[in-house]
Write a protein of this length. Structure first.
Length: 146
C-alpha cells in the first residue's frame, strides 16, 4: 500500500481543502474507504471531495447516517455512504446497496468495515485521526498508485 500524502489540518476549512485535493486524485470506479472514529471529520472531508468532483456546494453535503446513501451528480457522480448504523456486511447486501458501488462513479464509504470482504473494486483509503480540537491527521493511501 503506497502512502500518497499525509496532511495536518487545523480547521474544518483545511479538512475540506484536503478533500478537494483527494478529489483531484480520484477517478471513476474508485471506492474510497474513510477510516476514523466518530467526529474525526469524514463527512467534512467528503464536503471537499464533492465540491471538487461534482461542483456541489459543501453546505449541501450532509452525512447519510439515517438513509445510508447520498448521491451527488455533477461533473462526476459521487456516492456517499455512511454505514455506521449497519450491523454487518450481510445487511449491506440485503439492502441492495452493492449495485451502487464501483462502475463509472466514485464512492466514498464511511465505516467500510460493513462492506462485504469479497467486494471486487478498486479500493483507496483515507485514515483520519483526531489529534485535538480541530486538528486532524489525514493520510491518503492507494495500493494502485505508481
Amino acid at each position: 500500500m503506497k502512502e500518497l500524502f499525509t496532511l495536518l489540518t487545523n480547521s474544518p476549512e483545511d479538512t475540506k481543502e484536503a478533500g478537494r485535493r483527494i478529489g483531484r486524485a480520484l477517478r471513476p470506479g474508485v471506492v474510497l474507504y474513510l477510516i476514523g472514529e466518530l467526529g474525526a471529520g469524514k463527512t467534512t472531508l467528503i464536503k471537499g471531495i464533492a465540491q471538487e468532483l461534482a461542483g456541489i456546494d459543501p453546505s449541501c453535503v450532509t452525512s447519510p447516517t439515517f438513509n445510508y446513501l447520498n448521491i451527488y451528480k455533477g461533473k462526476a457522480e459521487l456516492h456517499h455512504f455512511d454505514l455506521y448504523r449497519l450491523s454487518s456486511s450481510e445487511e449491506f447486501i440485503r439492502s441492495g446497496f452493492s449495485e451502487f458501488l464501483g462502475g463509472d462513479r466514485i464512492c466514498c464509504v464511511e465505516w467500510p468495515d460493513r462492506l462485504p470482504l469479497s467486494a471486487h473494486f478498486e479500493k483507496w483509503f483515507v485514515d483520519i485521526q483526531y489529534l485535538e480540537f480541530e486538528q486532524r491527521k489525514i493520510t491518503f493511501r492507494s495500493p494502485y498508485a505508481p
